[in-house]
Each structure stands twice: as structure tokens, then as C-alpha cells.
Design a protein around this ligand. Sequence first.
Ligand code: HEC
Length: 153
Amino acid sequence: MSKKLIFSTFLLAYGVLTWMYWPANKNEMVDVNADFIGSYDITGAAGELMRDGCYDCHSYETKYPAYAYFPPVSGWIGGHVAHGRGKLNFSAWSDYSLEEQSEFIKKSIQEIENGDMPPSNYRTMHSEAQWSEQDSAIVLAFLREFAQISQQD
Ligand code: HEC
């Protein structure tokens, strides 16, 4: 094979991969009424913090950085997002039963308390997800209150 042909084949293959793993295609339309923050009209710091710290992986509102569009990175990031969303999707909150919702809130509190969520490698890459102790306290206070209110219903 000539060098030119090898190069064109490579470009073509890369183009197909880029198209296949183009992550923006995987963000579905967001229904405000189905969304956790949207449906409860959560305003203020707790909602903002959760958008910055949780929504990239647990919602349809993933904000992909420029490097996320190109293989092989697009494949890795796409896989992480699919994994996180598959476990818990705040954009499809209203699809969960009340038991599931309260279970997710409890688990979220635990994950944040243990420092497991937002994941540490993600925090390194995303300055907006580097919650201070005060930020974590705000989200935890909000989630605990939320858990209490929803238990009374
Ligand atoms: C970088 C992506 C990412 C971010 C950001 C992230 N998560 Fe996760 N989360 C995951 C993945 C992946 C899993 C699945 C882990 C597993 O299966 O071991 C998960 C699992 C969970 C679970 C357990 C769900 C279950 O039923 O097992 C909860 C609860 C959770 N995350 C809450 C949060 C909260 C709250 C935030 C924000 C503070 C957050 N996550 C931020 C990727 C992320």
C-alpha cells in the first residue's frame, strides 16, 4: 500500500469512529418536569452544586469538553456517562418509584459523606466539581432535609 492510501484509510476509519462515538448525540431532550432539580424547582446553591458535581454523569445534561468528542477519549467518556446514568439518572427522576427515589437520596448522602461522589478523578479534571467542605455541607443539608420531607408524604 502506498503511504497516501494508508493515510486515507486511517483518516476514513478515524472519521467513522468519531461519528460513532460522537457524545453530543447521546444527550436526549430534557423534560423539566421529569428532572430532579427541575421538578422540585430547586433553586439556590444546592441545585447549582449538584448540576456542577453530579449532572455530568447522572443526567441527560452532560457537558462534554472539546476533547470528549474524539476517539478514543469519546469512547471512554461515553462509557462512564452511560454507566453513571444507568445507575442513577436525575433527568428521569419521575420514572423512579417513591422507594427508589428515597433510596437514591440516602445513597447520595452516603456517597458524598464518604467522599466517593463526585468521583476524585473527575474532581481533578473539573474545577467546578471541586466542592469545598462548605459546599458538601450545603448539599448534604439539602438532601437530608429533602429525605425528611419526602418521608412525611
Ligand atoms: C464522573 C462521573 C460521575 C459523577 C460526576 C458522579 N457520579 Fe455518581 N456514579 C458514577 C458511576 C460510574 C456510578 C456507578 C458506580 C458503580 O457501579 O460502582 C455512580 C454511582 C452513584 C450512586 C449509586 C447508585 C446505585 O444505585 O448504586 C449514587 C447514589 C451516586 N452515584 C450519586 C452521585 C452524586 C450525588 C453525585 C454528585 C455529588 C455523583 N454521583 C457524581 C459516576 C459519577
